[in-house]
Design a protein around this ligand. Structure first.
Ligand SMILES: Cc1cc2nc3c(=O)[nH]c(=O)nc-3n(C[C@H](O)[C@H](O)[C@H](O)COP(=O)(O)OP(=O)(O)OC[C@H]3O[C@@H](n4cnc5c(N)ncnc54)[C@H](O)[C@@H]3O)c2cc1C
Length: 459
């Protein structure tokens, strides 16, 4: 029986193991996980009637991979979509107050977030010629195509909300591959977005459906349901509490070492963060290890606070607000969890979740709980007028949190792939390489599982 070891039981490792078990039911799959539970950054806690996500809050249906996985593992009737209001109303936190982001061309024209000159420059984007290609920061790309004002306001907010990073440092080709594809294929991001919209409409009509706006999804009891359902469908539960330290090779096998034990495998999948993959590979291949170590991650503290609804004088309805990183605030933003999904707070209560720290304010993650709560409380006082201490608080610290696709990331990943290909049946996956969203992780997992199965053909 061929044996495969998967290191890391986050969604990437678990989904790889799941898809592989479907493709090759005869393969023995062992998943090793250093934490005491599977799921990685996906974890939901129910406490005092609040449903608190420790990590991600949902996934979009623009890419179908996570939705498909959820349905495959029997969660079709457990799905909940984010409220209409949370899809439509998103805000920025600037100068201690909340400002709504435009929802379409009409509100863009009347928005006070950009001066008229910035709006006109942004509307000229379809007339701007293609760039030279090659490494370019998100900020430089945005300034070139949309102008400085739009880059400072909208693109910073986008980077803060998705990557918790710095647009001057992230590589646009890796952080927002769709933007560079639109420029390449349509000569303009705006034209590319419109063409993609027309194509989606056409495909929906061909299926006899009408085009639905993109939505965010979770499950009734939170994202942990996905982890539990995938784990339940694996041929064997992950081994938790196993800190994989290194790997070595004999003639045709991998030897995986951790907790003074060794697992032998025909194929090895590393699905832990790149800095950990670097450590695991260091004795076997220092060049590969060095390149993996160049992929750095930010740090984030999640601060979930519950209040009595009666204590919130300005309860906006929507997704929440982003605190753009060029203002270097303590927090990256706040999600209005109980306005996004039903049943996230007990009756008469509301639940907010702030993400604090990020690339430029990593030190915030080390603040003691009371200082973190005070920092978030300060923002909530300005934004919502809340003047009482929270009735509920839960803090989770992630380090590493989200990998940062710094300038040159695509070339770095290509070099990592080239070096990894020198080792028979070694597969590197996880959110460090080809996208940080859950959808990227689940899509990559399916493709890695296919490649592992292919590599075992004939065994
Ligand atoms: C605060 C936060 C909010 C987010 N919000 C969203 C969101 O709303 N939507 C979205 O799409 N994405 C979001 N993301 C991103 C998304 O959650 C992650 O990219 C994704 O969950 C990563 O999955 P993964 O399996 O690749 O990595 P991880 O979840 O990091 O899993 C890696 C696993 O490897 C294990 N491991 C590490 N070292 C070892 C070792 N030596 N031996 C064995 N095991 C090891 C770890 O314990 C972990 O379980 C968010 C991320 C964070 C941190």
């Amino acid at each position: 029986m061929p044996r495969v070891v998967v290191v890391g039981a986050g969604i990437s490792g678990l989904a790889t193991a799941y898809h592989l078990s479907r493709l090759r039911p005869d393969v023995e799959i062992t998943v090793l996980e250093s934490a005491h539970r599977p799921g990685g950054t996906i974890h939901t806690e129910r406490s005092d009637g609040f449903v608190v996500e420790h990590g991600p809050n949902g996934f979009l249906d623009g890419v179908p991979s996570t939705l498909e996985l959820a349905r495959e593992v029997g969660l079709g009737d457990r799905l909940v979509s984010a409220s209409d209001a949370s899809r439509k109303h998103r805000y920025l936190f600037l100068d201690e107050r909340i400002r709504e982001l435009p929802r379409g061309p009409g509100s863009f024209l009347t928005s006070s977030l950009l001066p008229m000159s910035g709006k006109l420059r942004m509307m000229m984007e379809p007339m701007i010629g293609r760039g030279p290609g090659g490494p370019e920061s998100v900020a430089a790309f945005a300034r070139r195509r949309f102008g400085r004002a739009a880059a400072d306001v909208f693109i910073d907010a986008l980077v803060t909300g998705i990557h918790g990073g710095d647009p001057e440092l992230l590589d646009v080709r890796a952080a927002f591959p769709r933007l560079t594809r639109y420029e390449r294929e349509s000569g303009s991001v705006i034209r590319g977005v419109m063409a993609a919209g027309r194509e989606k409409k056409r495909a929906a009509r061909a299926r006899g459906e009408s085009l639905q706006p993109q939505r965010m999804w979770s499950f009734r009891a939170g994202l942990r349901e996905l982890i539990d359902a995938v784990v339940a469908r694996l041929p064997a539960a992950p081994f938790c509490g196993v800190d994989v330290e290194s790997v070595s090779r004999s003639e045709s096998s991998w030897h995986v070492h951790g907790n003074s034990q060794t697992w032998v495998a025909d194929a090895l999948v590393l699905a832990c963060p790149a800095p950990i993959q670097a450590r695991i590979m260091s004795q076997l291949d220092s060049a590969l290890s060095d390149r993996l170590a160049e992929i750095v991650c930010n740090r984030i503290a999640v601060v979930a606070l519950g209040f009595r609804a009666a204590d919130v004088p300005r309860p906006y309805d929507g997704f929440g607000f982003i605190a753009p990183q060029n203002t270097r605030q303590d927090l990256l933003g706040v999600q209005w969890c109980s306005a996004i999904y039903p049943d996230r707070a007990p009756g008469g209560m509301v639940l907010y979740r702030a993400l604090c720290g990020g690339w430029h304010r990593a030190e915030v993650v080390d603040w003691p709980d009371d200082r973190l709560i005070a920092a978030v409380g300060h923002a909530l006082r300005s934004a919502h007028g809340i003047d009482v201490p929270p009735a509920f608080a839960r803090i989770v610290r992630w380090s590493p949190a989200i990998p940062q696709y710094m300038l040159g990331h695509p070339e770095r990943v290509a070099e990592i792939d080239r070096l990894a290909a020198g080792h028979p049946r070694l597969f590197l996956t996880g959110n460090s390489f080809h996208g940080v969203a859950l959808n990227d992780c689940t899509a990559n997992a399916k493709s890695v599982a296919g490649r592992v199965a292919e590599s075992l053909a004939g065994t």
